[in-house]
Design a protein around this ligand. Structure first.
Ligand code: NAG
Ligand code: NAG
Length: 494
């Protein structure tokens, strides 16, 4: 990898082997909220509730073919019949002991980041039948420094950062949202902060972030563990693929926002629907639901760095009526899950999942019943307090605006610190003063009635004369500079 230092903007940019191209699949509405998990509990009710997005062909036994045969998708691009799902988030009141579903704000975003291997120009589309899980529902501890103590560019050469076990946990992010402040970087905090911290700091809720492995063995589409066919590149999102996993897929990154702040001031705790109050057991699932040739064409040509699905001419953008009304039919919901109470005044988590805070491994995480049994009616005895009070570290709010090296990191900002103390971020330009060659790179999400557009950087062509660099390759005659910009707000439907 090569770094350039710009004298005028003092910005560090990594180019080799990296493409900034991506698209941001918006799935503004859930297609279901249910105990369904075709990758873990095939044909039966899943252990815990999932927030589900994508094809209406989703069921407890759906495959790529079933998803493609689905009538509609809850995502905005009609060609994307994939299924995307993560656990849901609940609040447990200390005074009543009851659980309430936390409001999911703005559906979900699934980023397709088109990072290529060094020396390659394109990524390989997911093959038909491709399935994968990122994360481990039974994980309940974290044995690495908090926060990440070593800059990402040194992970590959520094134990324990150069292990898949670390990368798997570093693939989770719990982004404390406060739109009055500069955003935190993505994948900065790998655990769910406790209630007091959330109340005090995260006025706009928490964005749950999940990076999927993007390095594939090139052979297996869906091994039974849904994980052993893929691996993380050495910087979790960017970097090099390990030996045996050299086929670079689109790098999938999920974001869901949960309005934890709605419970501000109420005594209680947040818990993920799998019984995890720590966040270490957060995870997500994917089943490929594109026509594979179409996806390859999109990966090859939808490279506008804006990330906007509207900027890819291949995509058919659906009307709100179409995606927001797309639901998994109730006939696809396993009998044992069909009567679940899911929303409020729940005496237990749906499926009677017990809260377990670790640090040992959770037992029942994947022990889903193999046949449809009615869920037990009465909750079992409450676990001892020591089992349900999460012990998570405190990491203070971190603004990302002082960091600007490496690749674009979706949803947040640039995750690394500048490698030289001289590096600093150029003040955000006034949008009105931008020239015609300059463009915004943005993310967006809906919150409390507004659509928020975060603008992270602006790209413009600059000539080499403003570079002071020893590493610039001969013949390169232009570079790019990036500016971090605070998010701005726009009214709904901007
Ligand atoms: C779809 O989601 C949007 C925001 O994500 C919300 O405003 C709208 O009410 C939802 N529509 C339906 C039908 O659920
Ligand atoms: C931490 O988690 C791992 C993996 O789930 C488990 O094997 C280990 O026993 C846990 N550590 C402690 C101290 O419980």
């Amino acid at each position: 990898m090569k770094s350039f230092t710009l004298t005028s903007v003092a910005h560090v940019l990594v180019l080799a082997g990296l493409s900034d191209a991506f698209w941001r699949m918006e799935c503004p509405n859930r297609s279901a909220l249910a105990r369904i998990d075709p990758l873990v509990s095939i044909g039966s009710a899943a252990q815990h509730v999932h927030a589900i997005h994508g094809s209406s062909g989703f069921s407890a036994s759906s495959s790529t073919a079933d998803l493609l045969a689905g009538q509609c998708t809850s995502c905005r691009v009609s060609e994307d019949k994939s299924a995307y799902w993560t656990p849901a988030v609940y609040f447990k009141s200390a005074s009543t002991g009851e659980f309430t579903l936390v409001n999911q704000v703005g559906g979900m975003l699934a980023y397709y980041l088109l990072f290529t291997n060094a020396g390659e120009k394109t990524v390989t589309a997911f093959p038909p039948g491709f399935e994968m899980i990122s994360g481990d529902t039974n994980q309940r501890n974290y044995s690495y420094p908090v926060p990440d103590a070593v800059e990402k560019s040194r992970w590959a050469s520094t134990a324990p950062y150069n292990t898949q076990a670390f990368l798997r946990q570093a693939a989770l992010g719990f982004n404390c949202l406060n739109y009055q402040k500069a955003p935190e970087p993505s994948l900065y905090r790998h655990f769910l902060p406790d209630k007091a911290y959330l109340d005090a700091n995260c006025a706009d809720g928490v964005r749950f972030e999940l990076m999927f492995p993007s390095c594939w063995d090139g052979k297996n589409n869906a091994p039974s563990d849904k994980q052993s066919h893929v691996a993380f590149p050495d910087q979790v999102m960017t970097g090099e693929c390990p030996k045996g996993f050299k086929t670079r897929l689109p790098s999938l990154f999920y974001e869901t926002i949960w309005d934890t702040h709605a419970f501000s001031g109420q005594d209680g705790q947040f818990v993920i629907s799998n019984g995890d109050p720590t966040g270490y057991g957060y995870h997500g699932d994917f089943i490929m639901g594109w026509d594979s040739d179409f996806l390859q064409k999109a990966a090859d040509t939808c490279t506008n760095p804006s990330g906007r699905i509207e900027d890819c001419p291949l995509f058919t953008i659906q009307d709100e009526d179409a995606y927001s009304s797309c639901k998994v039919p109730s006939s696809n919901i396993p009998i044992a899950a069909a009567k679940d109470q899911l929303l409020s005044k729940l005496s237990s988590l749906p499926g009677n999942v017990q809260i377990f805070a670790g640090p040992g491994r959770a037992g029942g995480g994947s022990a889903a019943p193999s046949i449809d049994l009615p869920s037990p009616k009465k909750p079992s005895a409450p676990a001892p307090t020591s089992d349900i009070v999460p012990v998570v570290p405190t990491v203070s709010y971190k603004a990302a605006t002082s960091a600007s090296s490496g690749a674009y990191v979706p949803g947040g900002a640039f995750a690394e610190q500048p490698s030289s103390p001289a590096a600093a971020v150029t003040p955000a330009p006034n949008a009105a003063s931008l020239g015609p060659s300059e463009s915004f790179f943005s993310t967006q999400y809906a919150t409390k009635g507004n659509t928020v557009e975060e603008v992270f950087w602006v790209e413009e062509e600059v000539t080499t004369t403003i570079f002071a660099t020893e590493t610039m390759t001969a013949g390169a005659n232009k570079g790019r500079k990036r500016h971090l910009h605070k998010h701005r707000r726009a009214g709904a439907g901007h």
